[in-house]
Design a protein around this ligand. Structure first.
Ligand code: KG4
Ligand code: ZN
Length: 338
């Protein structure tokens, strides 16, 4: 199988972004088109699955055409079609999977199934051309928080995961109770810059000392209870201080567990991935604390941290090299495990 000059068309529709991208040899981005539905879901304070599916259907053809056009290629030039088939919202995933299957069948091209979380990790290969496995990766998004040992381009070992809420989910919830809007992560990140991270000492939860697993429901509840108490007593509070203190607690735990994982694996590189990887406090703190232990921290630019199809095309390239092809029975799997 040819391994150079391979063009992969990536398709992503697992949540509220309809995205398509063309990537060459897994690392060179020829196009990256994202139609975000954030404005559509904002008024509901979160993603409404049925509304998301309908919007994916309306936009996916134009998004794919846009990705080919931006890359200055045609369907004939594409070597394989990679698509996210899980995890995610079932109706949303089905739009991408059905479209990818139709294209693969009509064009007689291989179809490469991609795990969404694997895609997030792979964004680091696009962002850092000389990055090679093995390394440890923290994947923190709206639906997932995992510490993963990236053994090679296709094999991953899970070292820790959240036992309840994902980190991004906690950010979104706290932003909502602070009345900041949706999605919460970037808004908390921004507001926290004006606050004191040591204003309130919110809990840093460790499930047990031998486990790298996370739990974010405790800190979320602690913030909500703290605010309720103040409100009941009619006391004023500084939202920026709350945002900064909450963010400090979450990022402390993310850093501590991930650095411990890297030390266990004797890894000198930590990569960050997923929407929460664009958090400025997390990037700074991880870089500083890991740096003190001689561990380098890498992460993609924010547009490759949140959902995109470049990461799917990149993962698709390595699946293509391994001939990991799906047939026309490929289905969306909403709770696909890693
Ligand atoms: O990876 P992603 O786009 O979608 C999922 O796969 O879930 O991640 C979205 C999540 C949301 O919860 C959002 O609030 C969070 O990532 N996020 C952030 C930041 N930017 C996005 N969280 C903290 N700080 C940010 N700057
Ligand atoms: Zn994602």
């Amino acid at each position: 199988m040819r391994s150079d000059n391979v063009l992969i068309l990536g398709i992503e529709s697992s949540c509220d972004e309809t995205a398509a991208a063309v990537v060459k040899d897994g690392r060179e981005v020829l196009s990256n088109v994202i139609n975000t539905q954030i404005a559509l879901h904002k008024k509901f304070g979160g993603v409404v699955p049925e509304v998301a599916s309908r919007r994916h259907i309306e936009t996916i053809d134009a998004v794919i055409d846009g990705a080919l056009e931006e890359a200055n290629v045609t369907f004939d030039d594409i070597d394989a079609i990679a698509v996210t088939y899980g995890p995610g919202l079932v109706g949303a995933l089905l739009v991408g999977v059905s479209t990818a299957k139709a294209l693969a069948f009509a064009l007689n091209k291989p179809l490469v199934p991609v795990h969404h979380i694997k895609g997030h990790i792979m964004a680091n290969f696009v962002a850092h051309k000389d990055l090679e496995p093995p390394f440890v990766c923290l994947v923190a998004s709206g639906g997932h928080s995992h510490i993963v040992s990236v053994e090679d381009y296709t094999h991953l070992e899970i070292m820790g995961r959240t036992r309840d809420d994902a980190a991004g989910e906690a950010f979104d919830k706290i932003a909502r109770v602070l009345g900041l809007g949706y999605p919460g992560g970037p808004l908390i990140d921004k507001l926290a810059k004006e606050g004191n991270p040591k204003a309130v000492d919110f809990p840093r939860v460790r499930m047990d000392k031998n486990s790298l697993d996370f739990s974010f429901s405790g800190v979320k509840t602690a913030v909500i209870n703290y605010l309720h108490k103040l409100e009941q007593n009619g006391e004023e509070y500084n939202k920026a201080d709350i945002a900064a203190s909450f963010q400090d607690a979450v990022t402390d735990v993310l850093c501590e567990h991930t650095i411990e994982a890297a030390e266990q694996k004797n890894s000198k590189i930590i990569a960050l991935a997923g929407g929460v990887a664009s958090n400025s406090a997390l990037r700074e703190k991880m870089t500083k604390l890991a740096g003190e232990k001689g561990i380098k921290v890498v992460y993609p630019e924010p547009i490759l941290c949140t959902d995109n199809a470049v990461m799917i095309a990149c993962a698709g390239y390595y699946g293509y090299l391994e001939k990991n092809f799906a047939d026309m029975t490929l289905n969306a799997i909403p709770s696909l495990s890693l």
